[in-house]
Design a protein around this ligand. Structure first.
Ligand SMILES: NC(=O)c1ccc[n+]([C@@H]2O[C@H](COP(=O)([O-])OP(=O)(O)OC[C@H]3O[C@@H](n4cnc5c(N)ncnc54)[C@H](O)[C@@H]3O)[C@@H](O)[C@H]2O)c1
Length: 262
């Protein structure tokens, strides 16, 4: 898709990666319909204020979106410092349900990009649990059902992004030949959420990763990858994940192997 003249919905436009992505797409000639619970300080497109943490909030946003979209970028998200129920509601069911409601409004040849994370790289080890959670008919019941599982409640952010990895494949599979669906997995990116990640994943771990890479990722680094996934050059990329972390996961894997080999 060349984005000039196209209409795209971008969630999370009030901050960080969502704001940078909206700005990049607008510079490329796209009309952006931005969604966020917070009103952006400066936004050039149509803005819909809404709360993606409840089915009613998601439905209210979807109702205001017109037909004829070229794509949907599910970027809004909350860190693991938020209550675990909120993390699962926004990061999993907000993405799932907004996509379900907007898919009929996306024209053939459109594209969807979901924001996952490189902390979800081990998602396949929990595939069955993740798949069950993602396909639950009722979000509130699904969330209540994991309340006694500390693996989920104690790692809600990681689990939520593992769900996004699987959800992306489900959505791609259900829309083959019509709408492509991919995810992007950033490493640490310099946005307001990064401070929360330090509290959630460990300050030393996050700061050590940034020091190793020489810098944190910038929102523009992630926006560029998202824009690539919308482009004609990415036409055969579907149901896959693009890890955009400056090489962090690769380095960790090689280091772990070197340690195991001695
Ligand atoms: N920054 C990083 O290091 C990093 C790394 C990996 C993945 N991510 C993911 O990238 C995405 C964007 O993160 P960011 O770094 O730009 O964070 P951010 O905090 O700067 O932006 C997140 C945006 O989502 C919005 N949002 C949160 N809950 C919402 C709700 N209920 N309804 C509507 N809007 C809501 C916020 O208001 C905010 O504008 C998130 O999904 C995040 O999990 C970020």
């Amino acid at each position: 898709m060349t984005i000039d003249g196209k209409t795209l919905v971008v969630t999370g436009v009030a901050s960080g990666i969502g704001a940078a992505t909206a700005a990049l797409l607008q510079r490329g000639g796209a009309t952006v319909i931005g969604v966020d619970r917070n009103v952006p300080a400066d936004f050039a497109g149509t803005f819909i204020q809404g709360d993606l943490s409840t089915p009613a909030g998601v439905a209210a946003v979807a109702e205001r979106v017109p037909e004829g979209l070229a794509g949907l970028l599910n970027i809004a998200g909350v860190p693991g410092t938020a209550p675990w129920q909120t993390v699962l509601s926004v990061n999993v069911f907000g993405v799932r349900d907004l996509t379900r409601l907007l898919l009929p409004k996306i024209a053939d040849g459109g594209a969807i990009v979901n924001l996952a994370s490189n902390v979800a790289s081990g998602w396949a080890a929990r595939q069955l649990e993740v798949a069950r959670f993602v396909q639950a008919a009722d979000a509130r019941e699904a969330i209540a059902a994991v309340a006694d599982d500390p693996e989920v409640t104690g790692n809600s952010y990681r689990f939520s992004k593992e769900c996004v990895r699987w959800l992306t494949q489900v959505q791609a599979s259900e829309n083959l030949g019509r709408v492509r669906v991919n995810s992007v997995s950033p490493g640490p990116v310099q946005t307001p959420i990064l401070e929360d990640f330090k509290k959630d994943h460990g300050r030393e771990k996050v700061e050590g990763a940034v020091a190793l890479l020489g810098r944190a990722g910038q929102p523009q680094d992630i926006a560029a990858a998202i824009a690539f996934l919308l482009s004609p050059e990415a036409v055969w990329l579907n149901g896959t994940d693009l890890c955009v972390d400056g090489g962090l996961l690769a380095h960790r894997a090689v280091t772990a192997m070197a340690t195991a080999a001695v």
